[in-house]
Design a protein around this ligand. Structure first.
Ligand code: ZN
Ligand code: ZN
Length: 327
C-alpha cells in the first residue's frame, strides 16, 4: 500500500513536524488516498520490483522513492495495536548529531556531511509492551545496635527482629524490543518513551519511514520484561525496610502474574556510518531525541595532531638549546 496525494499524485508521507499527512511535492495536507499493493514484491506506484527482506513491514521503492507499506506484515497477527508516531523529523535528527558531535576534534570530515546524514532513516521498531503483577518478598533478620557506657563498662546491645515484607507491584507497559537485528541493550537505552502519545495503529503513520514486523516471540521477551520489572519491585520493597543497622539471613522471593501483551511500534532514527570497513551505528529516539552512539576518531587527524605537537616540542627544545649555548 502507498498513500497518494489526491492533488498531484505524489507520495504522501506522515510529517513529524506537522503531525499530519503531508505531500512534499505540492505541500497539501491530509489530502491522501491509499493505493493497495497487488503483490508484496512490487511497488504499487511504479510497478518496480521491491528489495523486500524477511521482516520489512515498510520500505522505500528504490526506483520511485515511494514509501510502501506491506499489508501482509501490518495486518492480522502482525497488526500493531499501538504506535508512537515520530515527533522528530529528519532535519531535527541531523541537528541532534551535529550538536552532540560538531565540536569534536578528531571526527572524520564527512561524519556530519549532508551526503552522509541524508542516509539516516526513520525506522519503526517492533516492541511488545507487557502488563504484569510482581509479588516480591524479602525475609531477613534485622539488627538494631545500641551502645552506651556506664561507669568503666561499655555496653553493646544487638536486638534482632524478624523482617518480612511482601509487596505486590503492578507493572504496566514494560517495553521489550522484538527485533533480532536491533541490539537489546541499545534499545533499552532508548527509553523512556512518553506513553501519553501512544495512538491506535494506522498504516498512514508508517508512510515516510521504514518498519520491521516483530520477529521474536513474545514469550521469550516476557522473561526479559519480568527481569526488568523484578529490579523495580525489589527496589520498591527494599525502600519499606528502614532503621536496621544490618540484615542477615536474607531470602528474596519473586513471582509474577502476566496480564496482557500489546504489540506496538516505536520510532527510532538510525544512522550507520562506515569508517575503515567498520560500521558505527547511531540511534536517536524519534519521539524524545535521546541519542546513543560513539563516533570513530579520524586516524589522519590524530596523526597530524601528534606530528604538530611533536614538531612543537622539537622547536621548543631547539630554542632551549640556543638559549643554553648562548649563556
Ligand atoms: Zn501533492
Ligand atoms: Zn516505485
Amino acid at each position: 500500500m502507498i498513500f497518494r496525494c489526491k492533488s498531484c499524485g505524489g507520495n504522501t508521507v506522515f510529517s513529524p513536524e506537522r503531525q499530519k499527512m503531508y505531500c512534499p511535492y505540492c505541500e497539501s495536507e491530509e489530502n491522501e488516498e491509499s493505493v493497495p499493493s497487488e503483490s508484496m514484491f512490487n511497488c504499487p506506484a511504479c510497478g518496480g520490483e521491491l528489495k523486500i527482506e524477511q521482516y520489512n513491514a515498510a520500505l522505500r521503492c528504490e526506483y520511485c522513492d515511494s514509501y510502501v507499506i506491506v499489508e501482509e506484515r501490518t495486518s492480522g497477527e502482525y497488526e500493531p495495536k499501538l504506535i508512537l508516531p515520530f515527533e522528530k523529523g529528519h532535519k531535527e535528527a541531523e541537528d541532534i548529531l551535529k550538536k552532540e558531535f560538531g565540536k569534536q576534534c578528531f571526527l572524520p570530515d564527512d561524519f556530519l556531511s549532508d551526503a552522509k546524514l541524508s542516509t539516516m532513516e526513520g525506522t519503526y521498531v517492533p516492541f511488545f509492551l507487557f502488563d504484569f503483577d510482581i509479588r516480591y518478598t524479602i525475609q531477613a533478620t534485622g539488627h538494631k545496635v545500641r551502645s552506651w557506657t556506664s561507669g568503666s563498662y561499655h555496653y553493646t546491645e544487638d536486638s534482632t527482629f524478624d523482617v518480612r515484607r511482601t509487596m505486590r507491584v503492578p507493572i504496566e507497559k514494560m517495553p521489550a524490543d522484538a527485533s533480532y537485528a536491533k541490539p537489546d541493550p541499545i534499545m533499552d537505552l532508548m527509553e523512556p518513551y512518553d506513553y501519553g502519545k501512544l495512538q491506535p495503529f494506522q498504516p498512514k503513520f508508517l508512510s515516510g519511514f521504514l518498519a520491521e514486523q516483530y520477529n521474536m516471540p513474545s514469550e521469550e521477551l516476557l522473561q526479559r520484561a519480568i527481569a526488568k520489572g523484578r529490579e523495580d519491585a525489589k527496589s520498591i520493597t527494599e525502600q519499606t525496610i528502614t532503621g536496621y543497622a544490618s540484615m542477615t539471613n536474607r531470602n528474596d522471593g519473586c513471582s509474577y502474574k502476566h496480564k496482557d501483551t500489546t504489540y506496538s511500534m516505536f520510532p527510532v532514527w538510525t544512522y550507520y556510518y562506515k569508517y575503515h570497513d567498520k560500521t558505527y551505528p547511531f540511534y536517536i529516539n524519534g519521539q524524545t531525541g535521546k541519542m546513543v552512539g560513539t563516533p570513530p576518531r579520524s586516524v589522519i587527524k590524530m596523526l597530524i595532531y601528534s606530528a604538530t605537537v611533536f614538531t612543537g616540542i622539537l622547536s621548543l627544545l631547539a630554542m632551549w638549546n640556543i638559549v643554553i649555548s648562548s649563556l
